[in-house]
Design a protein around this ligand. Sequence first.
Ligand SMILES: [Zn+2]
Length: 342
Amino acid sequence: MASVMESIKKKKQEIASKTNRTKSAKPLPGKNRYRLLPTWRKEADGPVFVEDGKHFIKDIDPATGKEKIQAVYNCDAIVNGTACDVCDALAAAAHSADIDDSTLNLLEEAKARGVILFNALHVTGPDPLVPIVLALTMTTADQVFSMIIEYDDAGVDMLSLTAGIDLIIDKTGSGFETRYSVIAAPKSAPVDASVMKSINDLDAFVAETDEARVKALSAISVVSGVPAIGRSASAGALTDGTKKPTAEDMDIDDEVPDFDVEKLAESAAKVEAEIKTATDDTPELKPTPDELAGVSEDDILIHDVTNAGLAAQLALLEFPDAPYPIGIFRQVNEPVYGEWAE
Ligand SMILES: [Zn+2]
């Protein structure tokens, strides 16, 4: 019966990883032992972790008055380091003129927070041979990375099945007071290589579909009453809270170019040349009185360095079509490792 259960569990895990429905798990409260696993890819030197961050777009359910998740989307900015339409739409919606506090709160909660995902065995858990997707906060992952580097310097691969080292993660407190401390286990047993058969494909885990993006953008529109927009949308659309999204508004894929190194180098050279010749009175960058007519204070978007979506939008401005932004795009207040450890 044990082997039947094991094969069922394995199958379940396989199906889950195929359908991308496996849920990531945070370390459990108290002291728990985890073993990080090697890469899920075929090549031996493949990655052992991915960065993930989910946008949970919630609305208030009128029947219960409680928050209800309408869409979930893996943030492109966090996962791929590319512009994220969902971040942009959240930022645009939050800066809309007629947004109330409770909607603003929903938009704030829909921002993605980065985590690091590893394949791991929960050695002290009920299924110690089933790889889970372990989600670590950035500060906890930082501790783990330091440890991996230290052991590597000493010639030990912490993630090796045979010679690897278990981590003991101690979770204390809850909510904002949650603290994780990580130590290496004094003694670790080898891991049976068969666990790799049910390893989670973390590439698939963070991959997103166009459908999910459209669903997320549409959910933001519904929650905020602000149409979802692509990056080429006009300033007018940013503040027009009454305009309903059209199919065209949603179809923004074509506006996001693929990453192209040659093009980037070309545009960098172009910018450099243009900055050399540009002067303060470059006429096309100054709004004309006509363009300013009817613009109220509410129409003006003030940059907020704590807003990742706005920072991403600033980063997309390209001279000479737009002003060349200089200054602090993004500022994050996080304890540095030394402070945290105390
Ligand atoms: Zn995003």
